[in-house]
Design a binder for this molecule. Structure first.
Ligand code: SF4
Ligand code: FES
Length: 274
């Protein structure tokens, strides 16, 4: 198989970029897309030209490093497939393919097809953890987890942080990613003590990055290689409402003023006294 690849080449975030056309020959149907780029890079190195920069690590759909647009579609358009899992047999011999990095202000270009996704890291740092002491493995397993909660958390934990959802969204929103990270921990019993604070912190971290707002296009779910459901965005919005409502129930604390019992506490006091 022979392919014509129009690849975005850009030295760094500040440099101008442009498409450069390359021809790759002797591609076999079972080669992955990244192996095709490897073959191109070997050729470029042999000719003394700079290779095309692209991210990868596991090459089996686990790490979330890889990802770019192929003919405008994140990860190339095969359902539930990362670009590293994409085999060349999904394309026709002689196809002309256009490769671009994720296009989103929150993901500045590092070089060629590589972007900086540390905005995702900052969202996770804001609340993607639990503070409960889980102890050794048997102690952790001693906490019973309902089957439905375990399944939901497991589905949410499948998010690999690739960024395709942001790249596909016309608003560059990070709602699907953030909702997956929140749903993972907010569904589990171990995640309950910090559920409200986690939701407020991660949503606020998301809002402080250059991500847009969700307007229900659903493009994120269509390209997500882990098929994270849009329903998780609904869960995140419900958790946000819950956290905001709980925050308004906090007693008002005025420094230097002796605190009166909270109205619910005084109700309980009254009941126990009678
Ligand atoms: S939600 Fe899907 S598309 Fe978005 S980062 Fe996670 S795995 Fe990638
Ligand atoms: S290289 Fe790890 S998911 Fe593609």
């Amino acid at each position: 198989m022979t392919f014509t690849l129009n690849i975005w080449r850009q030295q760094n975030a500040g440099a101008p970029g442009r498409f450069v056309r390359y021809q790759v020959k002797d591609v076999t149907p079972d080669m992955s897309f990244l192996e095709t780029l490897d073959a191109l890079n070997e050729d470029l190195l042999n000719r003394g030209e700079p290779p095309v920069a692209f991210e990868h690590d596991c090459r089996e759909g686990i790490c979330g490093s890889c990802g770019f647009l192929i003919n405008g579609v994140a990860h190339g358009g095969q359902r539930g497939t990362t670009v590293c899992q994409l085999a060349m047999r999904f394309f026709k011999d002689g196809d002309s393919l256009t490769l671009e990095p994720w296009r989103a202000r929150a993901f500045p270009i590092v070089r060629d097809l590589m972007v900086n996704r540390s905005a995702f890291d900052r969202i996770i740092q804001a609340g993607g953890f639990i503070s409960a002491h889980t102890g050794s493995a048997p102690d952790a397993n001693a906490i019973l987890v309902a089957k439905e909660a375990a399944d939901t958390a497991f589905d949410a934990a499948a998010c690999i942080g690739c960024g395709a959802c942001v790249a596909a969204c016309p608003n560059s929103a990070a709602m699907l990613f953030t909702s997956a990270k929140l749903t993972h921990l907010n569904s589990l019993p171990q995640g309950q003590p910090q559920r409200d604070q986690r939701t407020l912190s991660m949503v606020s971290a998301m809002a402080s990055e250059y991500f847009g707002s969700c307007t229900n296009h659903g493009e994120c779910g269509a390209v997500c290689p882990k098929e994270i459901p849009l329903e998780f965005i609904g869960r995140m919005n419900r958790d946000l409402m819950r956290a905001l409502a709980h925050r308004h129930r906090e007693p008002l604390v005025i420094p230097g003023v002796v605190q009166q019992p909270h109205h619910e506490d005084s109700h309980q006091h009254a009941e126990s006294a009678s």
